[in-house]
Design a protein around this ligand. Sequence first.
Ligand SMILES: CC(C)(COP(=O)(O)OP(=O)(O)OC[C@H]1O[C@@H](n2cnc3c(N)ncnc32)[C@H](O)[C@@H]1OP(=O)(O)O)[C@@H](O)C(=O)NCCC(=O)NCCS
Length: 325
Amino acid sequence: MELPIGYRLRAPRERDAAAVAAVVVAHDIADFGEPDFSEHDLVDDWERPRFELERDAWVLVGPTGRLVGYAFVWQAEPGTQFEADAFVVPEYGGRGLGGRLVDLIEARALEIASESTSTVVTLGMYASSANTAKRDLLVRRGFAPVQTRLRLTVDLARRETDVAPASEIVVREFDQARDEDAVREVMDEAFLGRARYSRRRLDEWLDLRVRHPAFDPRLWRVAVVETVGDHDSRAEEVVGAILVYDVGGTGYVSSVGVRDPWRRQGVGQMLLAEAFGALRDRGQMRVVVEVDAQDATGARRLYERVGMRVSEEHDWFEKRLPARP
Ligand SMILES: CC(C)(COP(=O)(O)OP(=O)(O)OC[C@H]1O[C@@H](n2cnc3c(N)ncnc32)[C@H](O)[C@@H]1OP(=O)(O)O)[C@@H](O)C(=O)NCCC(=O)NCCS
């Protein structure tokens, strides 16, 4: 498929980050009236393992020299699971540009997959409920929605968060040297077994969380209990954690996890209340979180209980690619 006259494609360069983030933001504003993406998030995406900016991403330059489109593909699980996205600035829609980006994504995923022995190869990307053009395009290309992700938001200026009464559990600031391994275990336990969450994936994801340009350990919280061992020795056990960022004009709860035996005792609510308090102290009143609509552990109810409301809905569209026999 040819590009319309005057448009050209090239690999992004590091110095394009602000212009590329602007493309994603324009897309968000068209869908929901406000952005939830920043240059920091883009840099975080480009840091992913196995991702090569020169080969796995493209920018679309319009006739005036402005960046009007961006796409990437990432092998989330080597050779077998690919995740991608494609964005076209809304004024440039209806010219077949999105279709061209999806072609590039698919071709690159097939090229990488052909180097592996995987027999099942999937390619997925999100499309919001508001973006009918993208949804229609994906369906025409053989993708189907398989999962829904909700984005919930709260304005802390309008809401006081009650902290659930503490039992033997104490919530304190995250200390990277002391708590990183324990937080990894909590998150493994919380998320392993879900679609698209492997141990490798979780490990890589947590590595990226602590390298994110906006990572600030003073915003993360852990829930701990004190255990008493032999001879009255005391140790702390981390039973839950919340990973929080202050990015752009938004506080972002990246994840909350509570170890199985400690669930349904108000720990999740305490962690959220403490995180909201930390964000409020910085003057950050808008907080966003994402959750799988089908989540079986009641995460959505937890967020709604602390005052968050669904503001966006995104479907994960997936397609099986022809793997090598
Ligand atoms: C979602 C999750 C963080 C909730 O943690 P939690 O500590 O169990 O949360 P809470 O205890 O505050 O609330 C959970 C439920 O326990 C209930 N509860 C709270 N205190 C209680 C108590 N003392 N006695 C009985 N029930 C209680 C709450 O009312 C709530 O019930 P409901 O969902 O049926 O309405 C946890 O289940 C988890 O780690 N899930 C996997 C990871 C995940 O999905 N994270 C969210 C996406 S990032």
